[in-house]
Design a protein around this ligand. Structure first.
Ligand SMILES: [Zn+2]
Length: 425
């Protein structure tokens, strides 16, 4: 079904890598969470060495590190920031992870496509309107029985092909580049065993964003609030003017949170309050909620609102005791990037502009590996790898999107070679 002889290198790599099952497992305590992730990591390290990246190596946790040396003069290279390119080898749990049988649908015409291995799984513009922006593209999906794993084998294939292409093109200026493949990103542990010192980069990009032309470098600011209420429990038959009900007191506080600012009613730049847990009896009740906002002032306001609701409840229910604890969880990664080197973002925008790509800045309504890396001191925006509908069996990418992502990342490293040594304004 798939004749790959005429396909570009990045696509040929992608089709090979997705066939290797690398699904991670949140229930496992080991790193990597599944040993099979090393099957791909080992292959990537071998292929990098075969290309000529002599120091390419997989560590005991399944992370791969390699250096693509600069083509600048020695003096220029030592003055240039080192750029790391990062992708994760694992695929998401939740849907079957393999064996993946990739299928190419040439010259997409905008219709509904039933996938051959399970015809009830379809690529349908009604559910995925982005398909209509890809008419004429050569779509790539699974056969419908598994995930495709474009998240993030697209990023892996882009980085591998970039290494091959740049090595063959010594005339093209490039800064010192570090390549890194991580494990267990999908279960939130991608950074746990990442050795930033070994990575030795000044700026990094994860090639893990969906769509094309997307760039993300902003996450929520996050805090958690815990409210604990102590009531007075007596027999309900003799309770008048004595009982103080912790459950109703706490429920009253939560019911006053504005329903229009909840996860299910907000999008984009809007923040929210979200009660996550509630347990209680008449004598004690406890609730946990999370507060999210893209601005620090906004998060502060959300904390004040919770405090004032608690204060009002104290007046209304003087026989209960109410305790409130608010803890900060994480900060918008933009804050860390701004503190360290905002060029991580501005160069990504400039490189896109040079190519005539319209960048759409995507806000991440949660944490990412890049946000943790940024917090640890390595500014790490996320750039696009062309894929869509991640974590589902109707996940897809296209031959043309993979090529565009590769072209963009090449332009981005070239931009660092040209401007990375400029004085920072
Ligand atoms: Zn991913």
């Amino acid at each position: 079904m798939t004749d790959s002889s005429d396909l570009p290198g990045v696509v040929e790599r992608f089709l090979r890598y997705v066939r290797i099952d690398t699904q991670s497992d949140a229930d496992s305590k080991t790193t990597p969470s599944t040993e099979k992730q090393k099957d791909l990591s080992r292959l990537l390290a071998d292929e990098l060495r075969a290309l000529g990246l002599a120091d390419a190596e997989m560590d005991e946790h399944g992370y791969v590190y390699a250096t693509l040396p600069s083509t600048l003069t020695a003096g220029e290279a030592s003055a240039s920031p080192t750029v790391a390119l990062v992708a994760h080898v694992d695929t998401a749990p939740g849907e079957p992870g393999g064996p993946v049988v990739p299928v190419i649908h040439r010259g997409y015409d905008g219709s509904v496509i039933a996938l051959p291995g399970k015809p009830t799984v379809t690529l349908d513009p009604a559910r995925s309107p982005a398909l209509l922006d890809h008419i004429g593209h050569d779509l790539i999906s699974s056969d419908g029985t598994t995930l495709l794993g474009s998240d993030d084998k697209a990023g892996v294939a882009v980085i591998m092909q970039l290494a091959e292409d740049l090595l063959a093109d010594v005339a093209l200026p490039r800064p010192p580049i570090r390549i890194c493949f991580t494990v267990d990103e999908e279960i939130g542990r991608g950074v746990d065993k990442l050795d930033l010192e070994r990575l030795g980069a000044d700026v990094a990009y994860t090639i893990d964003g969906s769509g094309t032309g997307t760039l993300s470098f902003e996450t929520f600011n996050a805090a958690e609030a815990v409210i604990e209420v102590t009531g007075v429990n007596v027999h309900p038959g003799y309770a008048k003017d004595v009982m103080a009900n912790a459950v109703t007191t706490l429920a009253g506080i939560l019911s006053r949170l504005p329903g229009s600012e909840a996860p299910e009613t907000t999008a984009g730049r809007e923040g929210y309050w979200c009660p996550m847990e509630f347990e209680g009896t008449i004598s004690t009740a406890k609730a946990k909620m999370i507060l999210r906002d893209f601005t620090w002032d906004g998060l502060t306001r959300r904390k004040r609102v919770v405090e004032s609701l608690v204060d009002a409840a104290r007046l209304e229910h003087p026989r209960t005791k109410i305790e409130l604890t608010i803890t900060d969880q994480y900060k918008n990664m933009r804050t860390y990037i701004e503190e360290k080197d905002l060029r991580a973002v501005s160069f990504a925008l400039e490189a896109a502009k040079e190519m005539g790509i319209e960048i759409e800045v995507e806000l991440v309504r949660g944490g990412t590996d890049g946000s943790r890396m940024s917090e640890m001191g390595l500014p790490t925006p996320n750039v696009f790898n062309g894929g869509h509908d991640y974590h589902s069996r109707f996940e897809w990418n296209t031959v043309q999107n993979l090529e565009l992502s590769l072209k963009y990342v090449k332009r981005l490293v070239r931009y660092w070679a040209a401007h990375g040594r400029d004085p920072v304004s």
